[in-house]
Ligand binder design. Structure first.
Ligand code: 6PG
Length: 226
């Protein structure tokens, strides 16, 4: 399926975060009204931290939010560089989402064991309501990296030799990430400018393998826009 996209061009990273936060809160209200829950996949890395901080200040129906992670780094569970630790520090420790509705990837067990354990969780979740994703300078997203070959039918991959530390990771697959009602990419900073140019030029990248039925929303600041 071809990726279609809506580009939301904003001046600053703060404006990107604010717009993305409002988009997520609106999607949450719609999902909860329609089926009682808001199934949200969190992005890793640093870009979403501003969004998480704004969400933490929002008034939302947290009791009906369900949290998943797009990927996780194989580090100890309490390592500050874990995507789960970043999400807890900036959002999850500050809002009343029931603990049994937060599905952490047990990446401390190793990539294969953690991926195996997360597959039924993802299978039960699909379709997601909103997926948040970042974009790496090489066009990776979640822990789907250029040149890496995966079984495309898998819902969750064990990742080896990641070019972005740590080398071992767990990632929800392109297939599963694409099975969602809404999806947004968050892109800020001049270091993403080159990969955005390649994206606009139609280069095949991991980010372009994410192809939900509905257009993806790309929130980007002026520093990153080609
Ligand atoms: C990770 C993320 C990764 C991230 C991009 C962008 O575990 O690192 O899942 O896919 O989203 O590398 O990272 P920044 O937002 O820090 O630029």
């Amino acid at each position: 399926m071809q990726q279609t996209s809506h580009w939301h061009r904003l001046e600053t990273a703060d404006q990107v975060a604010s717009a993305a936060c409002q988009h997520i809160l609106k999607a949450a209200g719609q999902a909860i009204a329609e089926h009682g829950k808001f199934k949200l996949v969190l992005a890793g890395g640093s870009t979403p931290e501003k969004v998480y901080g704004l969400l933490a200040q929002a008034d939302a129906d947290w009791a009906n939010w369900v949290i998943y992670y797009g990927d996780e780094r194989c580090l100890p569970a309490d390592d500050a560089d874990r995507n789960s630790m970043i999400a807890c520090r900036t959002l999850l420790d500050k809002v009343a989402i029931p603990a049994n509705q937060i599905f952490t990837i047990a990446a401390e067990l190793g990539n294969e064991q953690a991926a195996t354990a997360y597959r039924p969780i993802v299978a039960s979740a699909l379709p997601f309501d909103m997926v948040m994703l970042g974009v790496g300078e090489d066009g990776h997203t979640a822990s789907l990296f250029p040149g890496h070959v995966h079984n495309e039918d898998e819902l969750v991959h064990a990742v080896y030799d990641s070019p972005k530390a740590p080398p071992m990771r767990v990632s929800i697959s392109a297939k599963a990430l694409s099975d969602t009602r809404g999806l947004m990419f968050l892109i800020t900073g001049s270091n993403k400018r080159e990969i955005v140019k390649a994206w606009h030029a139609g280069q095949a990248l991991p980010v372009t393998t994410i192809t939900p039925e509905h257009p993806v929303d790309i929130y980007i600041d002026s520093a990153a826009e080609a």
